[in-house]
Design a protein around this ligand. Structure first.
Ligand code: URA
Length: 200
């Protein structure tokens, strides 16, 4: 299923970005991931290799994932747009809208318990009009998932004072996963309750 989505991304012409890109970058990681990371869009290295977060911000993201006690194979990493915006410009609203079908399908397939947005474009999918400086690192329950807005790793690379902040936010991820596990168990028990009632 993820492979079919990836194939559709690589052949996509729903917006103009494919014309200037070298490769589509669908995303990569585990189909069973409990956490999904959503960045902004492929940069130069990602466009060349067809893989997400493989340049300098990717190297830092890999370190941050390690701070959460995980590695890249445990999680799923993707972007809000799957082809590189020329010159690394910001993705446009109609490009984000055209690409959202792929993200929707990836989320439906993987069904992650925690979604981490990296930077403002993916944050605005869940928290339109919000400011990252106000809500970073604070999880919000949306349906059955926790959505955690985080600074983009590139922002921390360009602004040293954010480095400690983003590291601290990533260190909270194991706690959010544990909360989700407890919430799941509670829901499981609530679902069993009426059946137990009929036994007596
Ligand atoms: N920045 C992003 O937002 N995504 C990538 O894949 C690489 C850099």
């Amino acid at each position: 299923m993820l492979a079919a989505i990836a194939e559709d991304v690589r052949g996509c012409s729903r917006c103009e970005l494919f014309r200037t890109a070298t490769n589509g970058v669908p995303g990569e990681g585990s189909a069973d991931a409990r956490i999904m990371f959503i960045g902004e869009g492929p940069g130069w290295h990602e466009d060349r290799q067809g893989q997400p977060f493989v340049g300098s911000s990717g190297k830092f993201l890999t370190e941050l994932i390690g701070l959460a006690g995980l590695n890249r194979d445990d999680v799923f990493i993707t972007n809000i747009v799957k082809h590189r915006p020329p010159g690394n410009r910001d993705p446009l609203p109609d490009e984000i809208a055209a690409c959202s079908v792929f993200l929707d399908r990836q989320i439906e397939t993987i069904d992650p318990e925690v979604i981490v947005t990296l930077g403002r474009f993916s944050m605005h999918r869940y928290f339109p009009g919000e400011r990252i400086s106000r809500i970073h690192g604070q999880p919000q329950r949306i349906g059955s998932r926790l959505v955690v807005p985080m600074y983009h790793p590139a922002a921390a690379l360009h602004n040293g004072s954010l480095k400690g902040t983003i590291e601290e936010d990533f260190r909270k991820l194991p706690r959010f996963l544990a909360e989700q596990e407890a919430e799941r168990e509670k829901r499981r028990q609530d679902e069993e309750q009426p059946q137990q009632g009929t036994l007596f």
